[in-house]
Design a protein around this ligand. Structure first.
Ligand SMILES: *Cc1c(COP(=O)(O)O)cnc(C)c1O
Length: 354
């Protein structure tokens, strides 16, 4: 039965523990803001806080979340230039460099990794480029954190939204936004930034005080679950959690070869460790109505074009990947020898690293 004692208010020490765990996760000494809701609220709050009439933003769009972010910025009066890649490719650094020269933006925003397309952008290189031009940088790292590094200070990230429900196997009801010192200064200096609103980052700016009372709007059970998920990740070691995701992705890709299948993403450097997307053969075959285990149909316009293997969180595991490979073999009409070969190819990758 449900234990109602768990509902006792979040103690200041619990909130402080949570903030410290989030700060370590993001490699920053500044305590991140805890967002009392799912990660998309943090993303919308960043857009609302940054948007100002005439502020120029170069917004990279490699999937649906980037497109949404651009619209939210425009709503606040920002001048947004969207820069899109095909959904089967990630953005190229040289194209972003050319766009920066052309547009002279103040802000560069992009999604680090896309669960929908299985693509991961050249994040470190994009941030180096942004630093050379002294741009404010905004990342949606919801699908990256835990599977890939998100070192705020080392890479010079000003705003980053994260959630724990993807690679970190945590809850989806509370999330976080990391903000640099100059990010906070920018919000404070922006009269258009919301105040007294669920979209206000300024209202959830943390104090570095272990005794500060927890705001009553933080979901208590979700916050406790997040603390636990982050502690488990620290126990395993963040590097090991990331490696497990890279391995799961590598194992999944190795299995595609004997099945005569190919990754959806065109370039190897763009393969995300969170999710492997598989290009469906032309002329049909392999289509899926609803998810089977960790194999899922493409979202939206990608339905019928790709399959997703959602090997993240607790599913970044060879047994889950092996099941997914069998499902894939069955869906695309391979049985017997090639299916067994494909599973073996996945196991060889995983075992080769163990
Ligand atoms: C999942 C995801 C989100 C949304 O997270 P929610 O917690 O479901 O709101 C945002 N951006 C990216 C890139 C994601 O993969």
């Amino acid at each position: 039965m449900y234990d109602y004692k768990q509902l006792k208010p979040l103690a200041p020490s619990e909130l402080y523990t949570l903030r410290k765990l989030l700060a370590r996760l993001l490699g920053t000494s500044a305590l991140p803001a805890v967002i009392p809701g799912e990660a998309i609220i943090g993303i919308e709050a960043i857009a609302a806080g940054l948007a100002a009439p005439g502020r120029k933003v170069l917004n990279v769009v490699t999937g649906p979340y980037g497109a949404l972010f651009g619209r939210w910025l425009e709503r606040g009066g920002a001048e947004v230039t969207d820069m899109a890649s095909g959904f089967d490719d990630v953005i190229r650094v040289e194209d972003v460099a050319a766009a920066i020269e052309r547009e002279r933006p103040e802000v560069l925003s992009f999604v680090q990794a896309e669960a929908v397309t299985g693509g991961t952008n050249p994040t470190k290189e994009l941030l180096e480029l942004a630093r050379r031009h002294n741009l404010i940088t905004v990342l949606d790292s919801v699908s990256a954190v835990g599977a890939e590094p998100v070192p705020m200070e080392e890479w010079g990230i000003d705003f980053v939204a994260i959630g724990a429900q993807k690679a970190l196997a945590g809850p989806n009801g509370v999330s976080a936004v990391g903000v640099s010192a100059r990010g906070w200064a920018l919000l404070e200096a922006n009269p258009s930034a919301p105040r007294g609103s669920i979209l206000s980052l300024l209202d959830v700016k943390p104090q570095d005080d272990p005794e500060a009372p927890a705001p009553p709007n933080i979901p208590v059970l979700e916050a406790r679950a997040l603390i636990e998920a982050l502690q488990l990740a620290e126990q395993e070691g963040l590097a090991s959690v990331q490696r497990r995701h890279r391995l799961a992705a590598q194992a999944a890709r190795a299995a595609l070869v004997p099945l005569g299948l190919a990754p959806w993403q065109r370039r190897e450097s763009g393969y995300a460790p969170l999710v492997t997307t598989v290009r469906l053969p032309q002329g049909g075959g392999g289509a899926l109505e609803r998810p089977e285990g960790i194999v899922a149909p493409g979202d939206g316009e990608l339905r019928g074009q790709l399959l997703r293997i959602n090997h993240f969180g607790a599913n970044a595991d060879i047994e889950r990947v092996a099941e997914a490979v069998e499902t894939l073999a069955r869906l695309t009409g391979y049985t017997g020898q090639s299916a067994a070969e494909a599973v073996q190819a996945a196991r060889d990758v995983w075992g080769g690293w163990a």
